[in-house]
Design a protein around this ligand. Structure first.
Ligand code: ADP
Ligand code: MG
Length: 477
């Protein structure tokens, strides 16, 4: 039988606020355990939650960016369960009336076509604490620093149809929240992770199959591998005549397999009810308009503009618009370089490679956009060749300084003066009688070899076009 996969993702995105969702403690990552647990985090009797207004703006930004409804009225609810890292005995979340609902995002698929994926809702909730098992000698430690950190949970419709598509979707959301400046998207630190709901059904069947949920996937690679494993497992169960059990499973990256964790809980297990300590969030038109007016240019619009303004290839556009910082850097270079493609090639190529090698973000680039533009202008006006430019770039990267100074101090300027080049060309002709003869006998290809010899003799500094011209003239063709 042919099977069809259905996937829906619940992405947990940590919002980039300084303090927690309902209390004043810091959200900074990496502090000593429990040094960022204020009385609200600890759920002391008598403390009351106060909503951090910043998160409302952030959620609304996200809502507008996915063409969703930003609810004029939304409500915080208590989701009750017992766990040691949840001192209150409930998590504050949103249930019936989320702040954002009914949006969508467009994916570009491998075959070049587009696919619109529905986003059911995005709601605000607080994160839980963390249980620590390492070096605890038979005990479990609880770190409440993360408890109460604001999350936006983004729930997709069950409309993704492969692991690859799920990753594509997750990448688009990741890119979007970073463009919007509402999350740092740091996956190693857990600021961006997802639960994947997966089911399979006979191809053509309307009704959805029974799903399992894979918890807390925190890298794009794991999402793809975990989903692929789970699809295969479900198909095997069904083909053996069994039934998929609705349950929560964990992905074990070391073994590359998923394991049952617990039975799936239903909403009524959580006894959701509106939190009486918090007022409904009411947003008026003026607020929404304000958020709309402050929206930055979004990835899709930027990509379209780059296509129109710079005439770049799709692959370059994908790289250059991957993050806002990369796009800004590229535009700063392009603004002072005539050849926009040259700018694109260098930002995506040589600069990208150097950043990767040193593990640096583009905002920490050792060569500024203005300095790179200075270098590219020397290629454009033929002061140096592209090859020498790489050497100059390496020097700028390692030692700092501007291209002009490095070209000058190292004597790298391209030789375009015919008089200067002619002597070298004569020498190369004299040293290579065999090749010269072959060329004269009609073997055009040999010219490349001779040009190469001149380049070598000048340490790459000769202008190749000029060398070509002189050689041809001297060899009488
Ligand atoms: P829950 O309340 O258990 O989290 P939801 O109905 O909110 O369940 O759905 C959670 C996620 O699971 C959503 O992203 C949704 O698209 C997805 N989902 C629901 N049913 C299925 C299914 N049969 N197969 C795959 N994904 C599903
Ligand atoms: Mg769920």
């Amino acid at each position: 039988m042919e099977w069809e996969t259905v996937i829906g993702l619940e992405i947990h995105c940590q919002l980039a606020t300084k303090s927690k969702l309902f209390g004043g403690a810091s959200t900074a990552y990496g502090a000593e355990p429990n040094t960022q647990a204020c009385l609200v985090t600890l759920a002391y009797p008598g403390v009351l939650p106060v909503l951090n207004g910043e998160v409302v703006t952030m959620a609304a930004r996200f809502g507008l960016a996915i063409d969703a409804t930003v609810a004029p009225r939304s409500i915080f609810a208590r989701k009750n369960y017992f766990y040691p890292d949840l001192p209150k005995g409930y998590q504050i979340s949103q249930f019936e009336l989320p702040i954002v609902h009914d949006g969508h995002i467009t994916l570009m698929l491998d075959d070049g076509s587009e696919k619109c994926v529905g986003i059911t809702r995005a709601h605000l909730e607080e994160d839980a604490g963390k249980s620590l098992h390492e070096n605890m000698e038979g005990k479990t430690g609880i770190d409440l620093n993360r408890a109460g950190t604001p999350l936006l949970e983004i729930v997709s419709e069950p409309e993704l149809s492969s692991a690859r598509e799920a990753v594509n979707y997750m990448r688009r959301i990741h890119q979007l929240v970073r463009y919007l400046g509402i999350s740092d998207g740091n996956m190693q630190e857990g600021s961006f992770r997802c639960d994947a709901n997966i089911s399979v059904r006979p191809k053509g069947q309307q009704e959805l199959g029974t799903r399992t949920e894979l918890k807390n996937l925190n890298s794009f690679r794991f999402v793809e591998k975990a989903i692929d494993f789970e699809i295969e497992r479900q198909v095997e169960v069904l083909e053996d005549g069994g039934e998929v059990v609705q349950e929560t499973r964990l992905y074990d990256a070391e073994r590359d397999e998923t394991r049952a964790m617990r039975g799936k809980e239903e909403a009524n297990d959580y006894r959701y009810f509106p939190d009486p300590d918090l007022l409904p969030v009411e947003l008026d038109e003026g607020f929404i308009t304000g958020v709309r007016e402050a929206m930055p240019e979004l990835p899709r619009a930027k990509a379209e503009r780059f296509t129109a303004d710079y005439g770049l290839k799709q692959a370059d556009i994908d790289l250059l618009t991957a993050s806002r910082d990369t796009a800004d850097y590229f535009e700063a270079v392009a603004a002072s370089v005539e050849d926009k493609r040259l700018a694109a090639n260098w930002v995506a190529g040589e600069l990208g490679a150097a950043l990767n090698r040193d593990g640096l973000d583009i905002t920490a680039s050792k060569v500024s956009a203005a300095s790179l533009a200075g270098l590219l202008n020397r290629i454009h006006d033929n002061t140096i060749s592209g090859k020498i430019a790489k050497e100059v770039f390496a020097a700028m990267w390692d030692e700092g300084g501007e291209a002009d100074a490095i070209i000058e101090s190292r004597g790298l300027e391209q030789i375009t003066d015919s008089g200067e080049l002619e002597a070298t060309v004569d020498q190369v002709i004299a040293d290579n009688p065999e090749q010269v003869e072959q060329y004269r006998a009609g073997k055009e290809k040999v010219l490349g070899f001779l040009v190469g010899q001149v380049m070598k003799a000048t340490q790459g500094k000769a202008n190749p076009a000029k060398v070509n011209e002189i050689l041809r003239a001297k060899l009488g063709s």
